[in-house]
Design a protein around this ligand. Structure first.
Ligand code: GLY
Ligand code: MN
Ligand code: MN
Length: 460
């Protein structure tokens, strides 16, 4: 069996990605003799300072090069299938501060590229190719002022961006291996936080531990800002303060994921600070875990994500009816959209180089609040990676308007609800690879109550 390690011993499949993007452009009636042109992210300085900003490679560029160096350029001749990477030449003044840069020979070895030239050669290459100049494909606002496309008879600033965004949806085995590896590191870090949670004093202790656990395993970057939310802070979906004391609170919601070689993991776990869920917390956790498990069980190539999201709402409604927080007929509650008060976000999103990855076709203007924040609409192809992250939250700001709204208030039992505010919020989030026959869960982080409670109590 090929392991993740075996796959990652090879090179990032930049050439296969370039061919796929070119194939997409051809399938849309593009110029089969065209040239793809991309620029990497530039070194940008912090305002009024001599330090550079933290560097993050442009994803469009990385997808076709696998190169995370700043200040680079790339061309791909669709006719000859030749790819060329342009890297910064030696700047003697810089060597003193930063050491020697990568040489073209080293770059050729490191990346899946046909030729490597210094960036001083970009314009010469663009004007001197042996193929007749036809269409240049580039991304708007990602072409430097000094670049000349004069020798091309046509310029297309539309197709390349959307081609890459769409091609990114279906992952290659190498990309899946990177996401799996990021998940393994994040799982170790989540587990370290579970082990520390009963003795830590503040959310920031746990954020520090998560970051340390990732960095010492080789993942210096995070895919996004961690949410380390204790108690009622868990009801704020993208809580980022991470600086409040833990004393007197019930649960921790930890939404945190390492990034490995530009690929994300995105994992949420919710667990009791004391090592044992309160009765109300356990009841809500049970509902959310059912939502997640039933939705994951529906997954396979061709499933409509809208249907999976709607199913999550149906499971939430059944669960909240059992708890007595909701009252009435399940179908009426679904039709009214009352469950949106407790589960206001989408079930999940594509995951890849970006945490909220491209190609999902969301409709943020959808008049139906149940589907407005769903970041993926339509069917899921085999090879896509999607998060499944249902949640139930007790957020006064969101729920109170529902308590006053005649359309919803008859479905909510305010007396029962009163017992649940301190639960804060529960979210459980895994990263799932869609396959033809079903799915593969890439997230091995413990989520069964007995597993998490044992780790917190130091018994596992
Ligand atoms: N961590 C961001 C999200 O779950 O979408
Ligand atoms: Mn997510
Ligand atoms: Mn998340």
């Amino acid at each position: 069996m090929t392991t993740t390690e075996d796959v990652l011993k090879g090179k990032y499949p930049a050439k296969a990605h370039a061919k796929k993007v070119a194939g997409y452009i051809k399938s849309k009636g593009g110029d089969i003799t065209g040239t793809l042109y991309l620029e990497g992210q530039k070194t940008r300085m912090i305002e009024d300072n001599d330090e550079p900003m933290p560097f993050r490679q442009r994803r469009y560029f990385y997808y076709l090069t696998g190169c995370a160096l700043p200040d680079c350029y790339f061309t791909y001749d669709m006719k000859t299938e030749k790819s060329t990477l342009f890297i910064p030449p030696i700047d003697p003044d810089e060597v003193m501060w930063s050491g020697l840069p990568m040489t073209p020979e080293e770059a050729l070895k490191a990346y899946d590229i046909d030729a490597v030239l210094p960036t001083t050669e970009v314009n010469a290459e663009l004007t001197s190719s042996s193929t007749p100049k036809t269409t240049i494909y580039a991304i708007p606002n990602q072409v430097s002022d000094h670049i000349t496309f004069l020798s091309y008879s046509a310029k297309d600033f539309e197709l390349l961006k959307s081609a890459i965004e769409i091609c990114r949806v279906v992952k290659t085995p190498y990309e899946i291996a990177l996401i799996r590896h990021a998940n393994a590191i994040s799982t170790a870090a989540h587990t370290a936080v579970m082990r520390a949670v009963s003795t830590a004093a503040n959310e920031r202790d746990l954020e520090a531990l998560f970051l340390k656990s990732c960095i010492e395993r080789g993942a210096r970057d995070q895919a996004y800002h961690s949410v380390v939310a204790a108690g009622t802070a868990a009801a704020t979906l993208h809580y980022v303060r991470n600086d409040q004391p833990l004393a007197g609170k019930l649960n921790l919601l930890l939404d945190a994921g390492a990034e490995v070689a530009c690929y994300a993991s995105d994992i949420t776990r919710t667990f009791p600070l004391s090592g044992a869920f309160s009765v109300e917390s356990a009841a809500v956790y049970d509902v959310v875990l059912r939502m997640q498990k039933e939705c994951i069980a529906m997954l396979r190539a061709g499933v409509r994500w809208d249907d999976v999201h709607a199913h999550a709402h149906r499971v939430a409604i059944a669960g909240l009816l059992r708890l007595g927080i909701l009252k009435g007929v399940a179908e009426d509650i679904f039709a009214a959209g009352t469950s949106v008060a407790f589960f206001p976000h989408g079930l999940g999103h594509y995951l890849g180089m970006d945490t909220h990855d491209s190609g999902g076709n969301p409709d943020y203007a959808d008049p139906d609040p149940m589907f407005r924040y769903l970041r993926v609409r339509g069917t899921l192809p085999a090879g896509s990676v999607i998060t499944v992250e249902p949640g139930i939250y007790f957020c006064r700001f969101i729920i109170e308007p529902y308590l006053r709204d005649p359309k919803h208030k008859g479905f909510i039992d305010e007396g029962v609800l009163e017992k649940y505010w301190d639960v804060g919020g529960v979210r459980i989030e895994d990263n799932i690879l869609i396959t033809d026959s079903g799915y593969d869960n890439l997230t091995p982080t413990p989520k069964e109550v007995h597993e998490m409670e044992k780790i917190i109590r130091g018994e596992a």
